[in-house]
Design a protein around this ligand. Structure first.
Ligand SMILES: N[C@@H](CCC(=O)N[C@@H](CS)C(=O)NCC(=O)O)C(=O)O
Length: 218
């Protein structure tokens, strides 16, 4: 590799998991070569790729020394720890666990937002299924809304891994069609989303890549 500070990422840019890792790399200002992989590009089952990413999913990342990383949140934690300890990720174990709790909670956010998207995109969009999915998402997202309180970011130490793990799903949430019935009011979450949108790496890797086309019901 010509540039020994270069990261390599395998993955298509419109994947939510790829987007949050690219966003992290952008926040860290690290040079990165992204190779289109997965989706229409294929390659997931190449034996050489499976050695980097045992599940055949995207993304996979190679550190400058060739060490492979997989699972987006593990990659985010590792890059933050290597390149910005005490910044994007707390060093103190208790503070770190607090930030990582929000990272783990992103799994619940992903499931809830995905269920709403699947319900409104399904042909004929079943009203009961949609109402149940929206009610569940409202409960899950209210935890973020209340966690954010008056402002700032998800973890008291400031912008970091907690935000990086959740930001793509909240973007997807605020892209759902406004005509869906029963959408909750989430003022603190909306304000946080607006603060994220002020960050150039978020706009480049999340807003412009993920769910960027029209979102329609049915
Ligand atoms: N938990 C994994 C999820 C990885 C995953 O499911 N990625 C999806 C895209 S978001 C994927 O590989 N889909 C198949 C493909 O795009 O080829 C992570 O966060 O890295």
């Amino acid at each position: 590799m010509a540039d020994d500070a270069l990261l390599t990422l395998y993955g298509r840019p419109d994947s939510s998991a790829v987007a949050r890792v690219m966003w992290t790399i952008g926040e860290l200002g690290l040079p990165c070569r992204r190779i289109d992989w997965g989706g229409a590009h294929g390659g997931n089952d190449d034996p050489a790729y499976r050695r980097l990413q045992p599940a055949g999913r995207i993304p996979a990342v190679l550190l400058p020394d060739g060490t492979p990383l997989w699972e987006s949140n593990a990659i985010i934690r590792c890059l933050a720890s290597l390149y910005d300890p005490g910044g994007l990720i707390p060093v103190d174990p208790i503070a770190r666990a607090g930030a990582e709790a929000w990272m783990d909670y992103a799994g619940s956010v992903a499931d809830a937002v995905s269920a709403v998207r699947a319900a409104y995109k399904s042909p004929g969009a079943d009203k009961d299924r949609l109402a149940a999915a929206i009610a569940r998402a409202a409960r899950v997202l209210r935890v973020l809304d209340e966690g954010l309180g008056g402002g700032g970011f998800l973890h008291p130490s400031g912008f970091g891994v907690a935000d990086l793990a959740n930001g793509v799903w909240v973007h997807r949430w605020f892209r759902v069609p406004l005509e869906l019935p029963g959408l909750p009011s989430l003022p603190a979450l909306r304000a946080w989303y607006n603060r994220l949108r002020e960050r150039a790496p978020y706009r480049t890797h999340v807003v412009e890549q993920v769910s960027s086309g029209p979102q329609t019901v049915g």
